[in-house]
Design a protein around this ligand. Sequence first.
Ligand code: C2E
Ligand code: CA
Ligand code: CA
Length: 677
Amino acid sequence: MSIQFAKTQQLDKAEDAKSLKRWLYVSLVRLAFRNNLANISVNFAAGFGFVLIIWSSGYGNNGFLATWLATLLVLSLARLAHSVWVMRRLRAEPDITQERLRPHVVLYATGLLLAATLWGIMTVTAVLDGDGEGRHAALVIISALAAGATGILAPQLVIGRLYISAMLLQGSVALVFTDPPQYLMAGLGVVFTIVMLIAHRNNHQVLRQSFELQYRNNDLVTKLEAERNLLENLNATLEARVRQRTVQLREQAAQDPLTRVLNRSGLMQWCAEQEELVTSTTGFAAIFIDLDRFKQINDGLGHTVGDIVLVEVARRLSAALGKHGALGRWGGDEFVAIVPTPPEGAANWAAALASRMRFAVEEPIAVAGRPLQVGFSAGIAVTCNDRLSVKGAIHRADLAAGDAKRKGRGFTEVYREKLLAEQERNLALVQALKHAVANGELSVVFQPVVLAGSHAVHCHEALLRWNSPDFGPVGPDEFIPIAEDTGEIVAIGAFVLDAALREIMRSSGPGGHSRLAVNVSLRQLIAPGFFDIVRSSLERHQAHPADLVLEVTESIFDTRSQPLIRAVLQELHLYGVEIHIDDFGTGYSSLSRLHEMPVQALKIDRSFVQALDSHGRAIIEGTALIARKLGIAIVAEGVETSRQAAQLEELGIEYLQGYLFGRPSPSLVMLPQSKSA
Ligand code: C2E
Ligand code: CA
Ligand code: CA
């Protein structure tokens, strides 16, 4: 590395010296030519003056004088023309090379030496033929010209030397040949020549040094400038890079890396920017979208599939939203869309948009060759009522989405004023419910299920009640979903089973026989040890497994845990416990898959019973037909009138339940009791 560096430096130095030499050569030549103009004019003027002096002193050879002067004139003009031409070339071609200049230097030298020769001829002639005045004039002029040449010819060392020597020595030599020979003058001429040559050399050296200095100076300036430019460029590129990176970072900071839609902070930033544009007449709607059962996709099919689904959902939501709003990923499977709304009917407008989004998202997504269906629960809130901030609207939309989810998923709810209060109550209930079992706030009531026709009591359904010291009686429709969400239902369910079995065994007395139906949530079924809980409860109260019915909902068909559930239900079935499907017809359409689970009865939801005079009848009829083929019994719940009872009996429904036969009550209706199953 260091050797390489040293070599490079050496090369640089050699290169530098070469370039200095070239520069010096060209600069000196350029100066020589510039000076040449002065040299030529002085030379000619001196020649002219000298001829005048000699002529006026009475020198008779006018022909010689005229020829000499004419020759000097021609030579001077030629030299002048050449110099002017070369200087032009130099101006036009600043980078001219040494090689290209050399012939011109030779011509220049030739011109000078020819001039020196002319002067030599004249001096020798004047010294040898002239009188004292002409000789002295010649010597003075020659000396003056030579002295001037020490400066004017300083750029050219060798040529200058030749010129000076040629000018002075010819006169000195001629002085030896005068009659009498003027040795002293000749010696003085030689000494003078040497002095002039020394002066010329010194001048040349000073000039050279000053040129060299100028070169170094220029070089330094150029290098400094180059370095400054480099630094400036570097700074500029650095600045540009920093700016670009900042933009990138800001974009990245605002973007969800998976789905490429905005992330939470990106969305908030967008809102902040938009809010400045909001006028009193326009506003925004926040649509909070919470995917339904996304956890099941993630758990059951893996996170890669989950990611694909999220990306595709984001893409479809974006497409449905169009250009006018912003979409952000709020959390795991939550998205938030913010859209400017028209001044009138903002909430309805947003609801229409939400249903377009639902339409787009519910189209099956093909993942690894199989279609996956994804739905969502959504909440909507608008800013224009209540001068709400967008952030506030998102919060409200979130509450509304939670409400939609509780109502059974797949809905869009618009935020209502009461929702906040409901949400707060919900949170408080979550806390209160944690201690409800231990505090003895829960109890069980019983509602009879009767045989069609005879209306004899076939069994009792245990229904849970909660009397909270803080909230008073809380209905199971309100607190059971909360218990399911928090997982509390596992402990609560065990309590119900135990309390109901105790009561039923107590009421029926020793040797008595009474059947019991208990509602079971999905969460209980998939919690570890459910079978053991059931068996130990039965054993504890010395009840027979065949006297217990477990009511499960259709949700058992709509879960990734199906194999586990089937195994648990199978185990219970083999043990002797009956399995009924509750609220049949409200959830997942499971008729075609009934045979996959060990099911002994369907409980047709009371909404169909209430709609017996309209669509309810056809549904009950159809369900009864298939159930009969599968050997499955049917229970109709919510029977309030004898007309309904008669209609259901006519359709061949085996069991009936409803206010008509008895409301849920703490005490069991023991008579008349049916003995058949
Ligand atoms: P469900 O299992 O469908 O229970 C029947 C519900 O219908 C009961 O409401 C009952 O009071 C009501 N009902 C009975 N006959 C009639 C009638 O003729 N007309 C009308 N309008 N309603 C009638 P309840 O007791 O409020 O229970 C509501 C739901 O709470 C239950 O629906 C069940 O899903 C759930 N639940 C109650 N107790 C438990 C429990 O111990 N565990 C679980 N997991 N869920 C329970
Ligand atoms: Ca039930
Ligand atoms: Ca039911």
